[in-house]
Design a binder for this molecule. Structure first.
Ligand SMILES: Nc1ncnc2c1ncn2[C@@H]1O[C@H](COP(=O)(O)OP(=O)(O)OP(=O)(O)O)[C@@H](O)[C@H]1O
Length: 940
């Protein structure tokens, strides 16, 4: 009721309204005395006495409602208002009796009315209880659901962790496999490079081999040429053979001629005998002519002798010639045989040459040798031929000379004979007849001589023919010589070429054999490499298979992981939803009370064995939430006694005892901090009197870090975790204080430009911008700590009556959290304001003066503005006075309907501070009773 009075005295005028108020109160049923009274029945408004006490007959219907009043009202056409407005009228001004008589039924009606209303209220109570029960059941069911969900979530988390582990192991395995594969690939590459170099070598060797093959082909060509040359030689030998045959034939012809000559000689011998007979006849004829005949006989005998001698000489010459021709023939036959043998040898050698190049060389050597021999022989033959020719010429010359001499002698003889015959004719003119016969004989002799001359001419022509033949032979010989010379030249050249070629060939063969060795080695290497490669390929194939299997497994795991991630995401979404539901159920503005430990001084001031100033509800549903403040009424002594104390009960969302650690406290707000990461605007502020532990709670120290460093730590950790779900956060921090209703940047020592000041603007989306305010992006705790230390050093602190290092300003630690998730296409903009308010002490207690007084006044003003804002939001006022103070204006987006707020009410446990504590707790109770609407997540 006190609460309702405070909020505008909303007294329920009808049961329905009362029920509504009760249900609201049931949700907000926390707080001090005032709050508690809300839960009581609304009997105070009508509590003018119990109808039952009058013993009036009471009619009740089945539902338990007192229907007497209703019946009465219906009968008299009455309402409560008309009943209340009813006035007792008497007959006159002094007709008290009449009025009294009217009064009695009126009182009865009133009593019936009261009973009816009471029964209504009772029913409403019953309904309320059943609703509360239903609500509690609903809450329990939701909590059970939540537990199940959280269990499911934890199972999912475990599964996720397992799948993550397996995925990471798979990834490791995959990485190893990849590494192996890369190594193999590298090895393959090396091998390929090796193979490539070997292939290059092979190609080079092939090229060299091709060049060698070309050279070999050239050699083969040369060899073919040499074969052709050998063929030419064979042809030449054939020609030689043919020449030899022709020589043989010519020899045969010469023999025939010889035989003819012999026969002609025989004929001439016969002729000679005839001549001799004729001569003997003529001798007989001439005997008569004795002296002449004797001289003629003598001459004839001399002629005969000469002729015989010539004939003998000719015969001997012919014999010699025959012998020589025979010898020559034999020589030629021998030579022919030799040549044939040599030819055979050459042929065999040629065959051998054909078989192998080396043998060819040998054969060529031997051929050369044989050619040399042939040359020598040819030379000898040539010389012999030349000798023979010379001899022949000499002989022919001799024979010509002899023939000419014979002719001359014959001529002389003829001339002598003619002269003698002329003389004889002259002498024998007389004896013409006799002489005519002698003349006829002489004519015969002359005819014989002419015949002889013819024979001689024939012999001469034969000789000239022979000479021509010889000349032809000589020409042939010269040709043969020339050919031989050419052959020698060619042979020499070809031999040289052959030698060079052979040297080259040998070198090439050596090279070829080494190249072949190299080639063989390369081939074997190539084979090995090929084998290795095939092995590697097989291994590679198996590795690839393994890799594919691993990839498939990985894909399956990835799928599972994605599913798990989706499930986690869904779970996360559900968690957020439930978390928000819980927060909504708890109220979007919550209040935690924290009591600091007693200082030594305070402890000594407390009653040694007395009850503590603040005690906590340890049992029942209010355990951990409820507390009692015992305020001594003996103000003089400031000491408590059982008789002189007032006890105030308060209930909050959480009540931390003196020994509660920072960790414990943070555990309770961590969900709220998480909300900021999820895109909510969150405000956590510490309220309390000076020295009650606000700064300790919010900032703490290095040993016991407070909510600000712990929140940052959690945000960084969660941000890292959320990265796995695709979230990327940018966190920036600004720190300021509001001192004497002015903003002051605590991250910069720079003074504001003249005439300028920090101004705060909020846009439609609740984004706050401050002019000239330093905003630092932070990624690590170290950075935050250093910034915090800097801010602390710049904060306005002074010693007060209550605190040696009292914060004389509101400290605002402002965190802008911008998150982006590309895969989801979401951006979140969360804000976390962590505020260490200035101490809220009463002026009377702080005894401040001067600057301290001004400070205290502005502090109190802004704190009361904070209370006003909260109350206005709770009341649903059309105007919320945010602009009444710099603090509320700055925190506007975080104190509005769409934000989440948490207030620490810090209290000191000493009796000395009890009054201040009572004020703080009362203020906190008011805040706790507020509803500031449903928080909104800022997602784009
Ligand atoms: N929970 C606690 N545990 C231990 N010591 C505490 C606790 N709370 C406060 N203190 C100590 O009490 C003293 C005063 O605390 P603190 O400075 O935090 O008060 P405050 O409310 O911030 O005061 P002011 O408003 O004047 O700044 C400090 O020495 C602090 O260490």
């Amino acid at each position: 009721m006190e609460q309702n009075k405070m909020y505008g005295s909303r007294i329920p005028r009808a049961p329905k309204r009362a029920l509504k108020t009760l249900s609201q109160n049931e949700v907000n049923a926390k707080g001090a005395d005032g709050a508690e009274t809300k839960l009581k029945k609304p009997r105070l408004a009508l509590d003018n006495g119990s109808a039952g006490k009058n013993g009036t007959a009471e009619a009740k219907d089945a539902s338990g409602l007192d229907t007497e009043w209703l019946e009465m009202a219906e009968k008299n056409n009455l309402s409560v208002d008309t009943l209340l407005a009813l006035k007792m009228t008497g007959k006159g001004k002094w007709d008290h009796k009449g009025r009294c008589e009217q009064m009695m039924p009126y009182i009865r009606q009133l009593r019936a009315c009261t009973r009816y209303l009471r029964s209504c209220v009772d029913k409403a109570d019953g309904l309320k209880e059943s609703l509360v029960e239903g609500h509690e059941k609903d809450l329990a069911a939701r909590e059970a659901d939540l537990e199940k969900l959280s269990e499911k979530l934890s199972i999912l988390g475990e599964q996720f962790a397992e799948s993550k582990e397996s995925v990471s192991s798979m990834k490791e395995k995959n990485a190893q496999l990849k590494k192996e594969l890369e190594e193999r690939n590298l090895m393959d590459m090396d091998q390929k490079v090796e193979i490539a170099s070997l292939t290059n070598d092979l190609a080079h060797n092939k090229k060299v081999s091709a060049e060698k093959a070309q050279e070999i082909a050239k050699l083969q060509d040369n060899y073919v040429k040499s074969q052709e040359y050998a063929q030419n030689l064979q042809d030449f030998v054939k020609k030689l053979k043919e020449d030899t045959q022709r020589m043989n034939e010519s020899l045969l012809k010469i023999q025939e001629e010889k035989s003819e000559l012999v026969s002609s000689l025989n004929v001439s011998k016969g002729n000679e005998e005839q001549l001799n007979e004729k001569l003997r006849g003529s001798k007989e004829l001439v005997s008569e002519l004795k002296s002449q005949q004797e001289s003629l006989g003598e001459t004839l005998e001399a002629m005969k002798a000469d002729h015989a001698k010539a004939l003998e000489n000719m015969a001997s010459a012919f014999k010699d010639k025959e012998a020589e021709a025979k010898e020559r023939f034999d020589c030629l036959a021998e030579e022919k045989r030799l040549k044939e043998r040599e030819l055979r040898e050459v042929e065999t050698e040629h065959k051998k040459v054909c078989l192998t190049l080396e043998k060819c060389e040998n054969n060529l050597e031997s051929n050369r040798e044989s050619l040399r021999q042939l040359e020598i022989k040819c030379d000898s033959l040539q010389s012999k031929m030349a000798e023979e020719e010379a001899k022949h010429e000499q002989e022919i010359k001799k024979r010509i000379d002899q023939a000419e001499a014979e002719k001359e002698s014959f001529e002389r003889t003829r001339q002598a004979l003619e002269s003698s015959m002329e003389q004889k004719c002259k002498e024998l003119v007389d004896t013409a007849g006799q002489l005519s016969e002698t003349r006829a004989v002489l004519g015969d002799c002359q005819a014989q001589l002419a015949e002889m001359q013819g024979v001689y001419d024939r012999a001469k022509s034969e000789l000239s023919a022979k000479t021509r033949e010889c000349e032809g032979k000589t020409l042939d010989l010269q040709k043969a010589r020339e050919e031989l010379n050419r052959y020698h030249e060619i042979t020499g050249q070809s031999a040289e070429n052959m030698e060079k070629l052979m040297v080259k060939s040998r070198a090439l063969e050596d090279q070829n054999s080494t190249q072949n060795d190299v080639l063989e080695a390369i081939k074997s290497q190539y084979e090995m490499v090929k084998q290795k490669l095939s092995l590697y390929e097989v291994q590679n194939g198996s590795i690839n298979e393994q890799h594919q299997i691993a990839m498939k497994e990985l894909e399956a795991k990835d799928r599972l992981l994605r599913e798990a991630e989706e499930q986690i995401h869904e779970g996360e979404m559900l968690r957020k939803k439930l978390h928000n539901q819980i927060l909504e159920l708890k109220g979007n503005i919550r209040v935690f009370c924290r009591t600091r430990p007693l200082t030594d001084e305070e402890a000594s001031a407390e009653m040694p064995n007395g009850a503590p100033t603040i005690s906590y509800t340890s049992q029942g549903e209010k355990s951990g939430k409820g507390l009692q403040l015992h305020v001594a009424t003996n103000k003089q002594a400031k000491k408590r006694s059982s008789s002189g104390e007032s006890c105030y009960n308060f209930d909050f969302d959480r009540a931390f005892q003196q020994d509660a650690s920072q960790e414990e406290v943070f555990e309770e707000i961590s969900q709220l901090v998480q909300s900021a990461l999820d895109g909510y605007k969150v405000c956590i502020f510490a309220y309390g009197q000076t020295g009650s532990g606000k700064t300790h709670t919010m900032i703490g120290n290095s040993d016991q870090p407070g909510m600000i460093p712990r929140s940052l730590e959690q945000i960084f950790q969660s941000g890292e975790k959320m990265k796995e779900q695709g979230w990327d956060y940018t966190i920036s921090v600004s720190m300021m204080e509001i001192y004497n209703e002015e903003y002051k940047d605590l991250l910069s020592k720079k003074k504001l430009p003249a005439g300028k000041q920090h101004t705060v603007k909020h846009d439609q989306k609740g984004k706050t911008t401050m002019t000239y305010m330093t905003d630092v992006k932070v990624t690590s705790m170290e950075k935050v700590e250093s910034l915090l230390a800097k801010a602390m050093s710049l904060r306005s602190v002074a010693a007060t009556q209550c605190n040696e290092h009292s914060s004389r300003s509101h400290f605002v630690f402002r965190l802008n959290i911008d998150g982006a998730n590309q895969s989801l296409g979401q951006n979140v903009n969360g804000v976390l304001n962590l505020v260490d308010l200035a101490g809220s002490e009463r002026l009377s207690k702080s005894q401040a003066t001067g600057d301290r007084l001004k400070e205290t006044q502005s502090i109190n003003k802004s704190l009361s503005a904070l209370g006003d804002v909260i109350m206005a939001i709770n009341n649903g006022d059309s105007h919320v006075p945010y602009r009444n103070s710099k603090l509320t204006w700055l925190l506007q987006p975080c104190l509005g309907n769409q934000s989440k707020a948490l207030m620490f009410v810090n209290v000191a446990p000493s009796q000395e501070s009890a009054q201040e504590t009572l004020c703080s707790l009362r203020f906190a109770s008011k805040v706790n009773a507020c509803e500031i609407g449903t928080a909104k997540r800022f997602v784009s």
